[in-house]
Ligand binder design. Structure first.
Ligand code: ADP
Length: 261
């Protein structure tokens, strides 16, 4: 694993952006890392009126892409991320991750997927309050039987937290807590990082620093990133912009001001 920090986003890595379906690299068709096919999630209120949080969402996402998933509150972003992580079941439709239909995985398989292949970054950081910054990051490795203490220290160093490893979450600012969360996600070199409103609880300047860091770390670990947000700022760091509208996914032209091209 290689971790870096502080570099501005590269303009190179998004040649495949804006495409759906298999991506042609030369003559070889490359399978998307995520395939979402006609995904529905409906809730009925007390057995009565049905609300569709997702209403036929479909999209393919290429390996290594950084995707901004934009949408108003209630448009279905969190529901989509939960289904992608296998934390909830769709009413119908399917999600494939690295060619595996999530319906084929039992609880154990889904837990293993989340621990080994997925990293998570949340709006409220979700660090374990009784563990230090180091322990929060190290736990993510211990859970997959990689007790790599040096790796955990290196991950914290890479997010700018050298010297703060022994602090508890309450002893860190919001931005610093999100840095720990990014280190915790990236340290295991996940295939995919799912970020739900990663800057939703931060001021603009800190939010921009966090997006910059997230972008740099995800590129360095060659992960795929999906960031759900209602903030246009995330578009600056994305190869591709998807908009959620009433439970469906609509492709958008990439932001002309984007840094990540
Ligand atoms: P977003 O993340 O874009 O704010 P959500 O995925 O949280 O959107 O929610 C999409 C829609 O589904 C909303 O209308 C929300 O009220 C509804 N919803 C989400 N979870 C539930 C639930 N457990 N029961 C009923 N309705 C839900």
């Amino acid at each position: 694993m290689r971790l870096t920090s502080g570099r501005p986003p590269s303009r190179k890595a998004s040649k495949g952006r804006g495409r759906t379906g298999p991506i042609n690299e030369g003559k070889r068709a490359v399978e998307p890392i995520i395939r979402i096919v006609d995904l529905w999630k409906e809730y009925s209120q007390n057995g009565g009126e049905v609300t569709a949080a997702l209403a036929g969402a479909s999209v393919d996402i290429a390996r290594g892409q950084i995707v901004a998933l934009l949408g108003k509150s209630g448009s279905g972003k969190t529901t989509l991320l939960n289904l992608l992580a296998g934390l909830d079941q769709p009413t119908r439709g399917r999600v494939e991750v690295e060619g595996t239909d999530l319906r084929a995985l039992g609880e154990q398989g889904l837990t293993s997927l989340r621990r080994r292949r997925l990293g998570f970054v949340f709006q409220f950081f979700n660090l374990l309050p009784t563990l230090t910054a180091f322990e929060n990051v190290f736990l993510s490795l211990e859970l997959i039987d990689i007790p790599d203490r040096e790796g955990a220290y290196a991950a914290l160093d890479a997010v700018g937290l050298k010297g703060k490893e022994d602090r508890y979450p309450y002893e860190l600012s919001g931005g610093e807590q999100q840095r720990v969360a990014i280190a915790r996600a990236i340290v295991k070199s996940p295939s995919i990082v799912l970020a739900d409103e990663p800057i939703g609880n931060l001021d603009n300047r800190t939010g921009e620093q966090i997006l910059d860091l997230l972008h740099t770390q995800v590129r360095a670990s060659k992960s795929t990133l999906i960031m759900a947000s209602h903030s246009l700022l995330t578009c600056r760091y994305a190869d591709r912009v998807l908009r959620m509208e009433d439970g469906r996914i609509v492709e958008e032209a990439p932001a002309p001001w984007g840094k990540a091209q």
